[in-house]
Ligand binder design. Structure first.
Ligand code: 3HC
Length: 289
């Protein structure tokens, strides 16, 4: 199966960069969102990012123009799904929202289309059963910032056809990514499970007053060579995402130890969701355009 046209549902933190990465790779991409403001922000990002890459000498004018031509934005899910071969869902991390959306995607896309979810944690078998094509529903998990991060996790749940996983790996490769295949499903996949262990320890040390979050970040950055410590990273990926993911994990496990930490709840309630709102653990208001 050859993939030519991709629909990305959700133009937020992940969706807009996944859309642009796919457009830069030569795919015809339609990015859709129900929120006009988010869609406009995504369009604006593309309009500033591409000329900046050209000015930096990282992209030719022709490649930038082609990518711009390849990428369209629409508020209409129906329009975005027309004639697509591949869908990447990147909406809010809530199972009921994703299930509702996949039901619609199943109705609106051609029967051959693969329906991938970029969920950070939720395995595709929790979603695939709402469609008539479970063998074509899988996890394709990108990392933030998606234009930069090379890794893509492709997760082969028990319902997923070999061809679906192979085509998805190929799409990732064409986007310049390095896919890794998980032979079995597991909640949180590889990276986010490892990251969760780091975050849990970081919160523990912070909340019992062993060190300030800035010093914990410095320790992880300079002591382990991570590009960002766990708090700085949460600001990048979104504290709202951390909250939703941890609530889902708690709902799933019913284990009180899995509940979001008091610090995450406090930040979530205050609306201090990280970089995208200008404030999380750190202040970004000076950086905002
Ligand atoms: N969007 C697009 N491109 C960006 C970017 C952004 N938000 N931030 C940085 N870049 C690009 C820059 O343009 C630059 O590109 P170039 O080298 O080709 O010119 C390159 O990245 C390096 O940028 P900077 O020199 O400004 O900054 P850094 O060297 O500090 O790199 C970083 C920034 C790439 C974000 C780096 O700090 C990093 O790798 N951080 C860790 C990111 C990470 O761990 N992500 C995974 C999170 S977990 C996740 O995503 C799971 C999900 O389920 C939530």
């Amino acid at each position: 199966m050859e993939v030519k046209k991709i629909c990305v549902v959700g133009a937020g933190n992940m969706g807009h960069q996944i859309s642009l990465a796919a457009a830069l790779a030569g795919y015809q991409v339609t990015c859709t969102d129900i929120n006009e403001e988010i869609l406009n922000k995504a369009k604006k990002f593309v309009e500033t990012y591409l000329p900046e890459r050209v000015a930096k000498g990282k992209l030719t004018e022709e490649a930038a123009a082609k990518a711009k031509e390849n990428l369209t934005f629409t508020l209409s899910l129906e329009e975005a799904c027309k004639d697509v071969d591949f869908v990447i869902e990147a909406v809010i991390e809530k199972l009921d929202v994703k299930r509702e959306l996949f039901k619609k995607l199943d109705e609106l896309t051609p029967p051959h289309a693969i329906l991938a979810t970029n969920s950070s944690y939720i395995v595709s078998s929790k979603i695939a059963d709402v469609t008539k094509r479970p063998e074509k529903v899988l996890n394709m998990h990108f990392f933030n910032p998606a234009l930069v991060m090379k890794l893509v996790e492709v997760v082969k749940g028990p319902h997923v056809a070999d061809e679906t996983a192979e085509v998805t790996m190929e799409v990732a490769r064409k986007m310049g990514k390095v896919p890794v295949l998980l032979q079995k499903e597991i909640y949180g996949f590889l990276v986010n499970r490892i990251l969760a262990a780091i975050k849990a320890e970081a919160f523990y040390l912070y909340e019992i007053g062993i060190a300030d979050y800035k010093d914990i970040d410095t320790a992880v950055e300079l002591g382990l060579g991570h590009p960002m410590g766990p708090f700085r990273l949460m600001d990048l990926t979104g504290i709202d995402l951390t909250y939703y993911v941890e609530m889902e994990r708690y709902r799933e496990s019913r284990d009180p130890a899995m509940k979001p930490s008091p610090t995450v709840v406090e930040k979530f309630v205050k609306g201090e969701w990280g970089r995208k709102v200008g404030k999380g653990f750190y202040d970004y208001t000076q950086e905002k355009k």
